[in-house]
Ligand binder design. Structure first.
Ligand SMILES: [Zn+2]
Length: 321
């Protein structure tokens, strides 16, 4: 089973981090930065972990590339990939839910919007998972909720820390109350991990983290980290503006605004995230700090699929935004 999971992950064509760019860039050679308008070579953007070199803008990043970057090469064992959503409510909006599932499966090659794995992160065994925003906006239905619950349960059984990287539009409308139930289910498993196994849980918020995901486990990290400039909130700014009939403060619902108001612990640029997580987990577990010499020198994805090398005390901070 373990080998099967590993093979599945490593044979995925986008695991090797070749010239793939992810997101909506498609086959284009260039991407224009929405913040500074710089024209960026897609390959260079990919190699820089999808961070704009001139201004530090963090583009959305695929789940597979994220996990490849975070986890030591060969350590990743993917779980529960066979779980697939069902249309229990016979839900139809502009098209049937079954059609949306089939289209998302064709687009991503995956059964649902979350990848869960056992892996080694900066030398520490963890249970880790990441949302795939390209699958129905990273929405959380029964399968996503079940995978996250099992992730916490595995962490409980193995007595290892848990890490969840969120990028989600929230609960999945097409599964109605079955989606909303996942908020309580995941949180119950998380409480057990914390109260009985006393293992740390790090929640990483990326752009965007909203709705039922923001309103449950994403905000319950022992440590809540966010990427710069991420949209984080329950309802989107447009809905709030129209509901209260007032203009919202500048930067409302960004990582920076939430940090200023005490909702998150730190904003960590993508290039520094891996080393920061390693340091914090060591501190939480009472382990000695990692010898900086033991960390591979920082490098970019193009230098090999073993992206765990992007780490360490020398990790380059993304340019200030
Ligand atoms: Zn830029």
């Amino acid at each position: 089973m373990a080998d099967e999971g590993r093979r599945w992950f490593e044979k995925r064509k986008d695991f090797t981090g070749s010239a793939r760019t992810g997101g909506s860039d498609g086959p284009e050679l260039f991407t224009k930065c929405p913040k500074c308008s710089a024209t960026l070579f897609n390959e260079a953007l990919h190699n820089n972990l999808r961070v704009c070199e001139p201004c530090g803008h963090h583009f959305r990043w695929s789940a597979v590339d994220r996990l490849s970057h975070m986890c030591a090469k060969g350590s990743i064992v993917v779980h529960d990939e066979e779980l697939a959503p069902v249309d229990a409510l016979g839900f139809v909006d502009s098209k049937p839910y079954t059609e949306r599932i089939a289209a998302s499966r064709r687009k991503t090659g995956r059964n649902d919007a979350f990848i869960a794995a056992s892996a080694e992160v900066d030398g520490i065994d963890v249970e880790i998972g990441c949302f795939d925003f390209s699958y129905m906006g990273g929405s959380m239905g029964s399968v996503v909720g079940e995978k996250i619950t099992r992730l916490y349960e595995r962490a409980y059984e193995r007595k290892v820390p848990a890490i969840v990287i969120s990028a989600s539009g929230g609960a999945r409308m097409q599964e109605g109350v079955l989606s909303l139930m996942q908020m309580a289910k995941t949180c119950a498993a998380l409480a057990k991990l914390r109260d009985e196994a006393h293992m740390p849980y790090i929640s990483i918020l990326t752009d965007p983290t909203t709705g039922g995901v923001a309103a449950s486990f994403a905000m319950l990290g022992d440590l809540i980290l966010a990427e710069p400039g991420a949209l984080i909130g329950f309802a989107g700014p447009r809905v709030i503006r129209e509901t209260i009939g007032e203009e919202l403060p500048e930067g409302f619902q960004t990582s920076e605004y939430l940090l200023e108001h005490g909702l998150i612990d730190q904003i960590v640029p993508r290039h520094a995230l891996l080393a920061r997580i390693g340091d914090m987990l060591r501190h939480a577990l009472g382990l000695p700090p990692r010898d900086v010499e033991a960390r591979p020198r920082p490098r970019c994805l193009s230098e090999g699929a073993d992206a765990s090398g992007v780490s360490g005390a020398e990790a380059v901070e993304a340019p200030a935004s």
